[in-house]
Design a protein around this ligand. Structure first.
Ligand code: SAM
Length: 234
């Protein structure tokens, strides 16, 4: 269970109405039952139900059962598409171990608004599903051009371009195995010519094909993370 509260030996963790409903109404846990907790910062902790009420309750932390496991330093940068597909991208990126998920506005972005809180909630569910101890941050929507203006010098960039034929990733893997990385996926209409030129010309850029077919952006995000993980990740 995810809680937004510090975890440590003897720590009492209050539960809100929704959490109490889930634990005591849906899961039917009683006082004294053991629950695994994480908050994205302190690893996983075993806790006992101390108070079980309809509108709230509390847990008492006993001992740490897993240390915090940080994912590799990988950003997933994508242009938001339709709501359900954006949800899918965020959920899968969190499951696959992106450290930071960054929606960007590009020249052909069709959706210029996101619900950051909703997307962040998907990352919490994904971490719960994976038994993870880390929750990736969903950044606020920003312009791709601005992000590239301030690009960190050492962060390698896997630019997924359907016009590419080869695959530069294996060559890059030897030289940049321990570097921070970012995957960049375009919107449904793809990147504009200007964006493609700029992305390809960056010193940190590795232009990558995801195969001979044009994939939808949500499929491309999963394919790109799989390829990155196989080539560079763990
Ligand atoms: N420009 C395209 C069009 O409208 O015909 C389609 C863009 S595609 C739907 C969305 C994004 O997925 C692209 O910008 C690219 O980043 C990525 N993508 C899709 N297929 C790919 C492939 N075969 N290789 C590399 N990237 C791909």
């Amino acid at each position: 269970l995810y809680v937004d509260h510090p975890l440590g030996a003897g720590q009492s963790v209050p539960l809100d109405r929704d959490q109490a409903h889930y634990l005591f109404g849906v899961m039917r846990l009683a006082q004294g039952t053991r629950v695994a907790l994480f908050n994205g910062r302190d690893g996983e902790w075993q806790a006992d139900v101390a108070e079980a009420g309809k509108r709230g309750g509390s847990l008492t932390c006993l001992e740490q059962s897993k240390p915090l496991q940080l994912p590799p330093d990988l950003w997933l940068i994508f242009a938001p598409i339709k709501k359900a597909r954006t949800d899918f991208i965020v959920e899968k990126a969190a499951e696959m171990g992106a450290a930071r998920i960054m929606p960007v506005v590009t020249d052909f972005t069709n959706s210029e608004r996101i619900r950051q809180d909703r997307l962040q909630a998907h990352t919490v569910e994904a971490a719960e599903q994976c038994g993870g101890t880390y929750v990736p941050e969903v950044a606020d929507l920003q312009k791709l051009s601005r992000l590239l203006d301030h690009w960190p010098e050492d962060r390698q960039l896997m630019f997924c371009d359907e016009a590419e034929v080869g695959n530069a990733l294996e060559l890059a893997a030897d030289a940049h195995k321990d570097a921070p990385w970012a995957i960049v996926i375009g919107p449904e209409g793809g990147f504009s010519d200007g964006e493609r030129k700029r992305l390809a010309a960056m010193a940190q850029s590795h232009v990558v094909s995801l195969g001979p077919r044009i994939l939808r952006a949500d499929t491309a995000a999963v394919a790109a993370m799989t390829l990155w993980q196989k080539t560079l990740g763990d």
